[in-house]
Design a protein around this ligand. Structure first.
Ligand SMILES: [Zn+2]
Length: 453
């Protein structure tokens, strides 16, 4: 018997953890963390303690208590007894938090399969972020065209376009027929051809079942959405305006969205500005140029990219103030002084948590700030209000320019209509019931329930 059990991504966007069983072979499709995990009990600095392993998670049922899954260390302070691993692999579609983060807890002997680019990404995140750790694993990497055999299963990763490089969907051949798992994907991005190839492969196998994301399956789209090319044109327009006024332009986008970074760097080049990134982004870029297909600028070789250094410890930009991985980019350094002296030369990445730099930069009123993420500015959250206060204080003009990482409702309907799965499992969505409107056999998963495919 072939079955699917959903331990995450159920009636919520993110946290995908899907168990696929074929006879006694068991593999996971993604093992991510929900964006809302534990929010009833943990908030701000009140977080699960590392020292208590899974204890602080099991207390509130935040992860499934399954034997043979977790590492011995993580189980030390729990009632679940450690057992030899009884799962055969974890297949990760892409390096977003909500698809990969919880592999940290897994038994290191369970193989973790990722795309080659995904592995580079994860290494760069671990190196530069004190809050990112994936743990020790037996990693295996794949590319499109590979076929990975695990017992009776044969898993075929196929590249897709999403808001992070090296994203994949899976075509899975089981002993009873084929399954399709979309991961996250879009058809309006710069690499839409890759998603088309995935959908073509999915259609070809006439799948028994499709596990589909549905982030934007909503009756009325709440979010303004552009294509990547429209974002680029918008950024160029803002830069041209800033040119006439002699002003600096700031922007912020999802830190892992390399398509967006490329968009900003192309726009900067065509406006005769340098793009200014954080040391963290510089490190990520420098790692990702190993993958030539991504066509990204290298901050160590490309004059188009400058790296913004904050004052640390000594307050005087001394080399020893910075991490080793940051020091590599000191030759490309710009500081608040440079931005103040030559505002028209730069297009500057400025994330919310770096807004204090504005005090040093002291931009002229009427300078520009491009918000290139999905959350609509102006919603009632505290963070939005704080952002608004800072923009008002410095007289920054706000622009929102964003292209989503996900298919729209219409595009989802079209994609599923094309693949024609016999059964459809909607996940990674707040509105699974809407899938009933255009597919005859929708199974809305219940958390932890096992479904035959
Ligand atoms: Zn994603």
């Amino acid at each position: 018997m072939v079955s699917l059990t959903f331990y995450g991504g159920v009636e919520e966007i993110g946290g995908n953890k899907i168990l696929l069983q074929d006879g006694d072979v068991r593999v996971w499709l993604d093992f991510g963390q929900s964006f809302t995990m534990g929010q009833d009990y943990y908030t701000g600095w009140l977080q699960p303690r590392g020292v208590n392993g899974l204890g602080d998670y099991f207390e509130f049922n935040l992860l499934p208590r399954l034997p043979g899954l977790y590492s011995e260390d993580q189980l030390m302070n729990t009632e679940l007894r450690y057992m030899e691993p009884s799962y055969d692999g974890v297949f990760i579609t892409h390096a977003h938090f909500d698809h990969v983060n919880h592999i940290y807890f897994l038994d290191p002997r369970i193989p973790v399969y990722t795309g080659t680019g995904t592995k580079l990404f994860m290494e760069a995140m671990e190196r530069t972020s004190p809050y990112t750790a994936y743990g020790e694993h037996y990693y295996q990497s794949f590319r499109t065209g590979d076929r990975i055999e695990v017992g009776p299963l044969e898993i075929e990763p196929v590249h897709v376009d999403h808001s992070i490089p090296a994203a994949y969907g899976f075509i899975i051949h089981t002993s009873e027929g084929s399954l399709v798992y979309t991961g996250d994907l879009r058809v309006h991005g710069p690499k839409h051809q890759m998603t088309q190839e995935f959908l073509e492969a999915a259609e070809y196998v006439e799948p028994l079942a499709m596990v589909s994301e549905g982030t934007r399956m909503e009756l009325r789209g709440r979010r303004k959405n552009l294509s990547e090319a429209q974002v680029r044109r918008g950024v160029i327009e803002v830069c041209n305006q800033a040119e006439r006024e002699g002003k600096v332009v700031f922007y912020t986008h999802g830190p892992r969205d390399m398509d967006r970074l490329r968009t900003f760097s192309v726009a900067a080049e065509s406006c005769g500005r340098q793009i200014v990134v954080t040391p963290k982004t510089a490190h990520l870029l420098h790692r990702l140029v190993e993958d030539e297909q991504l066509n990204l600028p290298d901050p160590l070789r490309d004059d188009l990219v400058a790296v913004y250094f904050r004052r640390k410890k000594s307050g005087e930009y001394n080399e020893r103030d910075y991490y080793l991985w940051e020091r590599e980019f000191l030759d490309a350094m710009v500081t608040s002084k440079d931005l103040r002296a030559r505002p028209m030369d730069f297009l500057v990445s400025l994330g919310f948590t770096s807004f204090t730099e504005l005090i040093d930069i002291s931009p002229e009123p009427g300078s520009h700030f491009i918000y290139s993420m999905s959350e609509p500015f102006g919603e009632e959250s505290l963070e939005d209000q704080v952002m608004r206060n800072w923009l008002d204080h410095f007289g920054l003009r706000y622009h929102q320019l964003h292209a989503s990482g996900h298919m729209s409702r219409g595009e989802l309907i079209e994609a599923i209509g094309r693949v024609k799965p016999k059964k459809l499992f909607p996940i990674h969505t707040e509105n699974p019931e809407l899938f009933n409107r255009f597919h005859k056999k929708v199974v809305i998963p219940v958390l932890g329930k096992r479904y035959r495919v």
